[in-house]
Design a protein around this ligand. Structure first.
Ligand code: SAH
Ligand code: SF4
Length: 382
């Protein structure tokens, strides 16, 4: 690593938002093992300062694979006739939510394909009331249900959801257009992020990493997008081809690609931690699809959230956004034991039975001082 990048690493640890776009791109492009170790070590130090050696969990419930959209990369896109569609009923989702509570995960995520209808909005609303009642609101609830109207977001917020994850997928308007049909609009996705913030959610977004045609400059712009939208949570992971999609058919994966995708994914986590400091960052399951210990590597590169699957195993294989999804046949109890062991090995502690809200959300809403330090405040006011 040259002297300029070494200085950039030191500066980024001291102050958030302290990297230039070309420095971010250069850090993302690192490949030398010693350089990677230095980058990840620096990011980990920032995580420990703002969050601790702690991991928050959210059990993810994959509620259904019915989707009205046709994103070119996604295995459950409407145009994929090879998928057998399912939608969990109220009782099945509630059973998973209760299981999540009993497992001590503290928060859950409801995710599905995108459906915009009054019937669906009302279904989610009813569910939210019931899930909130299970724990008197103690269990955190994140939604990941795609683009919706501001009114729908407001109704779900009022019914008990308090976090929302909507990935921008890529902050490049041009690349977004190449990855989606013409009626999928980048601007609407950005508008949705604004609506979510206005409705009072903790707002999460993120991108896919290593997309065909995506450069480190695109990824550097993504990191700046995270700052500009003042996000509370980042959920991003490597792009993994699905054979029954237009993008997956265009270009399959080679073993060399997997190593590159993993490295880029980890570098994005590290650089994002170094740049944003106090956001929640997930080590997503896609990392685990590339390496058995991919999520632990993510934690050691600066992530602090893991999302174990709590969906009934019989439905998991029908919710494959990408190929080779891990843990298809491990039930939730097995996942818990496996995860607890893995986290202990890397010397971190799981925050059992805690919501694990984003320190950045509290900092930006002045809800609590969080763990921001005075150096950060000075930069904000500058
Ligand atoms: N329908 C909702 C939520 C489910 S999709 C939405 O689109 O927001 C959740 C995420 O899966 C997407 O945001 C996308 O980033 C990711 N995803 C889809 N296909 C993928 C693939 N082939 N590789 C990696 N991630 C993928
Ligand atoms: Fe549907 Fe989300 Fe997949 Fe796009 S990424 S096809 S919206 S499930």
């Amino acid at each position: 690593m040259n002297r300029r990048l070494q200085n950039a690493l030191v500066r980024a640890q001291e102050r958030r938002h302290a990297l230039a776009a070309d420095e971010i791109a250069a850090l993302l492009a690192l490949t030398d093992p010693d350089d990677l170790a230095a980058l990840h070590r620096a990011a980990y130090a920032v995580k420990v300062r703002h969050i601790g050696k702690q991991v928050s969990l959210r059990g993810i419930i994959e509620m259904g694979n019915v989707c009205a959209k046709n994103c070119f990369y996604c295995g459950i896109r409407a145009g994929n006739g090879a998928v057998s569609r399912f939608q969990l009923d109220e009782q099945t989702v509630l059973r998973a939510a209760r299981r999540n509570l009993e497992l001590g995960y503290g928060s859950l995520v409801l995710q599905s394909g995108e459906i915009e209808s009054e019937a669906h909005t009302a279904f989610i609303e009813r569910l939210l009331h019931q899930i909130t009642a299970l724990s008197d609101g103690a269990q955190g609830i994140t939604l990941s249900l795609g683009e919706q109207s501001r009114e729908t977001y407001a109704r779900w917020r009022a019914a008990g959801a308090h976090r929302y994850l909507l990935r921008i997928e890529t902050s490049s308007h041009e690349l977004y257009t190449r990855l989606h049909p013409a009626d999928h609009r980048f601007d609407r996705r950005v508008d949705c992020l604004r609506s979510l913030r206005d409705c009072g959610y903790q707002v999460g977004s993120g991108v896919m990493i290593g997309l065909p045609g995506q450069t480190v400059d695109h990824l550097a712009a993504d990191v700046l997008f995270f700052r500009d939208h003042d996000l509370d949570m980042i959920g991003m992971g490597p792009y993994l081809p699905h054979p029954d999609t237009p993008l997956g058919r265009e270009r399959a994966f080679t073993p060399g690609d997997a190593a590159r995708q993993l490295r880029l994914g980890l570098n994005m986590i590290a650089v994002t931690r170094l740049f944003l400091h106090d956001t929640n960052i997930a080590a997503t399951t896609a990392l685990q699809a590339l390496a058995d210990d991919g999520r632990e590597q993510g934690l050691l590169a600066g992530a602090n959230v893991i999302m174990p699957n709590v969906t009934d195993t019989e439905y998991r294989s029908r919710y494959q956004l990408y190929a080779n999804k891990p843990c298809l046949d491990e039930n939730a109890a097995q996942c818990r034991t496996c995860l607890a062991g893995r986290i202990a090995v890397i010397g971190e502690t799981i925050l059992w039975n805690q919501r694990g809200d984003s320190p950045h959300f509290f900092a930006r809403t002045a809800g609590s001082p969080g763990k921001r330090d005075l150096t950060d405040t000075a930069v904000d006011n500058a």
